[in-house]
Every structure is written in C-alpha cells, then in structure tokens.
Design a protein around this ligand. Structure first.
Ligand SMILES: Nc1ncnc2c1ncn2[C@@H]1O[C@H](COP(=O)(O)OP(=O)(O)OP(=O)(O)O)[C@@H](O)[C@H]1O
Ligand SMILES: [Mg+2]
Length: 393
C-alpha cells in the first residue's frame, strides 16, 4: 500500500483515479492545482504523484521542476497522466529526461494504469537528471506548444463535429416546419374553397326555398318558416367560422407580402387586446421568398401572443425596415421585460420555435428585456439576390 497524490484540474479524473487506486488499497490524496499539490507534498510526502500536464496556472513540467528542486521531495516518482496525443516519442523522451517516471495515456485501460503504478512504485527512482536551464526551457516550451496545438486541433475538430450535428438537427426540423406550412396552406384552401362554397350553396338553397314557398302563397305548417330562417343564420355563422379558421391557419393576405400580413395581424391583435400598437413598415412585396415571409410572419404571431400572455404591456411598437442587404423586423413592448433566465430556459418552446424559424430563414434572432422596461424581439434576414424578386405587375 502506498500514498499516492493525484493532481488534475478535472474533478472527474481525480475521482476516477481515486476509485481505481483504492481498489489496490492505496491511500489517495488529490489536488486540483500545482500550488495545492506542492503544499500537500510537503505535508504528506507521498510515495508517488500522478499528474496531468496542462492545468490552469501551471503545468506538469513546472511541477516536476519545483519538486526536484525542493529538498525531501526530489525523489518522489511522477507519472504524467495525459491525453492520447501526448504519446509521441520525442515528447515522451523529454518528459522522461525531466525526471518523469512514465507517461500514461488517459485512454489507458484501468488494469494498464494499475500495473504501471505498481511498476513505478517497485522501481527505485533513477538518479535525477539536472538539465541546464536554457535547454530545459526550450524543450519545455516546445513540448507545451505541441500539446496546446494538439488541444486546439482537438477543439477545432469537436467544433466542426458540433456544427455538423447542429445542421443535422436543423434539417429535419426545417423539413417538418415546411411540411407543416404546406399542410396548413392546403387545409386553409380546402376549408375556404370547398367547405365555404358548400355552405354558401346550402344557405342559398334555404333562402330560395323560403322565397318560393312565400311566393306560392302556401299556408305553411307552423314553425317551418322560422326553421328555414334559423338554418340560413346557422349557415351564415358557419361560413364566418370557416373563413376565420382558414385565415388563422394561413392568412391569404401573406400572398400580398409580409408587411400587408403584419398590418392585418396587428389590427386583429389591437382589436383583441386593446393594446395600442404603432407600426412603421417598409414595403416587402416581392423582396422575400414566400417561405422566408411565412417564417417571419409566424415569429411575429408568436411574439404578439407572448406579449398578450406575459408582458402586461400598454404599448407595442412594430417596425420592419431595410438595413443594407437585410430586412429587420423589430417588436418592442413596454411590459415587465423578459429575464435572462427565461431567455436561457431550454424548455421555452415558443422561443425555440422562433429561433428555429429564423435559422430556416437564414437570419439572426435576438430577444432582450429590461425589468419593468419591456422586451424587444429582433429578427434580421438577408435580402440577397436570391431573395430579391422582381415585384409582379
Ligand atoms: N414579451 C414578453 N414579456 C415578458 N416575458 C416574456 C415575453 N415573451 C416571453 N416571455 C417569457 O418567456 C417565456 C418563454 O416564452 P415561450 O414563448 O417560449 O413560452 P410560453 O409562451 O410560456 O409557452 P408557449 O410554448 O405556449 O409559447 C414565457 O413563459 C415568459 O415568461
Ligand atoms: Mg409563447
């Protein structure tokens, strides 16, 4: 049984080695920084040190150098426990030249780690090479630079993989949303055209029958005329409902451009909420792809719904303007102001949908709030040559 000091800035690694080494009945101490480790060494005089190489504030080489220059600590064997890329021969040789007993990869199997520890503990420490300072510093700098470079490469690779996964995540979401919009458009048309026309025919037939019966001077059984009149009214109300449903599903006015649709939605919002809204909208007819216009319109609808449900606002300002090659939609309320925690909440599905739609439109989304001073939602989409369409007519 030996006393082993584990030095690593990652708590997970420290816990892992602790569990592993205790299985062989070693006593384990641990430290997250080189400074703490040196303090512990002076107090506890461990039989072996297992240390990471790159740590905030210092590094394994510096640690070894300080150990070797301290009386009574100079003979403690050290194992470097580090990344897989650190297995290159010259880096390994340099570490050993600095008095490191062994370089072990963090990817090593547990039994390999334990055997290596036993091996180092069994051997007596070789005499410590004292490198001349300039050589040590040069080698030290080179090895650390190599390691940093390998870390940066690893990070770059992870970032690239993250971007690919993000794209893959957005693709199905994008397909789903555009399929949803297509479906909404189809159902809205069917509702409006087929159901609307059938109901209108029904109403016309009822009216026709009533007038024919009246014209023929017949004495109708009691209640028949009233029933006919009531049927006409039901048909009328149902026609209104169908129109409303179709418009809610997809406002046909979107075909006239985003600013027209925003103007219309704003009118509906003011009627329902009685919150005064000011608008400053540039003309958008023909400058946006229909899919981009639909995404922006859906974001706008969600923004207004949120204002109604959460903001407690008394005024709303809506602006749609061109800024260079971009179109910017901004909705500002003077309500309680969304908080940072609400913005960061991963379960906020409304906000998530807004962000996803902005990505689909190739734009940038931002939302910000000030306590008691309102919330601002801003979406910017590019109007590049792809989006710049010649207005019809
Ligand atoms: N204009 C606003 N003013 C103040 N708080 C807001 C505003 N907009 C959003 N919030 C806050 O952000 C939260 C998240 O909004 P989000 O639209 O994602 O969810 P929701 O409206 O609660 O539910 P839903 O998923 O039905 O949209 C809201 O619950 C609310 O607390
Ligand atoms: Mg919402």
């Amino acid at each position: 049984m030996a006393t082993i000091l584990v030095v690593d800035d990652s708590r997970n690694i420290r816990q892992y080695l602790d569990t592993l080494l205790r299985r062989r009945n070693h006593q384990v101490l641990d430290a997250g920084t080189v400074t703490d480790a040196l303090g512990l060494c002076a107090r506890a005089k461990p039989d072996l040190i297992i240390t990471d190489v790159l740590m905030p504030g210092s590094d394994g080489y510096e640690f070894v150098r300080q150990l070797r220059s301290a009386e009574s600590l100079e003979a403690i064997p050290v194992i470097f426990f580090t990344g897989a890329y650190y297995q290159e021969d010259d880096a390994r040789a340099f570490a050993e030249a600095c008095g490191v007993a062994l370089v072990l990869s963090k990817l090593s199997r547990p039994d390999v780690i334990l055997d290596a520890v036993d091996e180092v503990l069994r051997k007596s420490l070789p005499s410590q090479p004292k490198l001349p300072d300039p050589e040590f510093d040069r080698g030290h700098a080179r090895v650390l630079t190599d390691k940093l470079y390998a870390n940066v490469k690893e990070l770059e690779l992870s970032n690239a993989q993250l971007r690919v996964s993000e794209d893959q995540l957005h693709q199905p979401a994008g397909r789903l949303r555009s399929a949803q919009e297509d479906e909404r458009t189809r159902i809205a048309r069917q509702l409006h055209d087929e159901l609307g026309q059938a109901l209108t025919l029904l109403k016309m037939n009822c009216t026709w029958i009533a007038s024919r019966l009246q014209g023929a001077g017949l004495v109708l059984p009691p209640g028949v005329a009233d029933r006919l009149q009531a049927s006409v009214q039901v048909a009328d109300r149902t026609i209104q409902t169908v129109r409303r449903l179709a418009t809610e599903l997809r406002p046909g006015i979107l075909d006239l451009g985003l600013s027209a649709a925003i103007e219309w939605q704003n009118g509906e919002f003011q009627r329902n909420s009685e919150i005064p809204c000011t608008t400053d909208l540039c003309e958008t007819y023909g400058i946006l792809e229909p899919t981009v216009a639909t995404e922006l319109f859906r974001i706008f609808q969600e923004t207004l719904t949120n204002i109604l449900r959460h903001a407690n606002a008394t005024r709303v300002q809506i602006s749609l303007r061109r800024e260079g090659a971009a179109l910017v939609l901004e909705v500002r309320d003077n309500g309680r102001g969304i908080t940072e925690a609400e913005i960061a909440d991963p379960s906020a599905l409304g906000l998530l949908g807004m962000r996803e739609r902005t990505v689909l439109a190739g734009g940038k989304f931002s939302i910000g709030g000030k306590t008691g001073a309102g919330t601002t939602v801003r979406i910017q989409v590019p109007i590049d040559s792809g989006n710049e369409r010649v207005p019809a007519g």
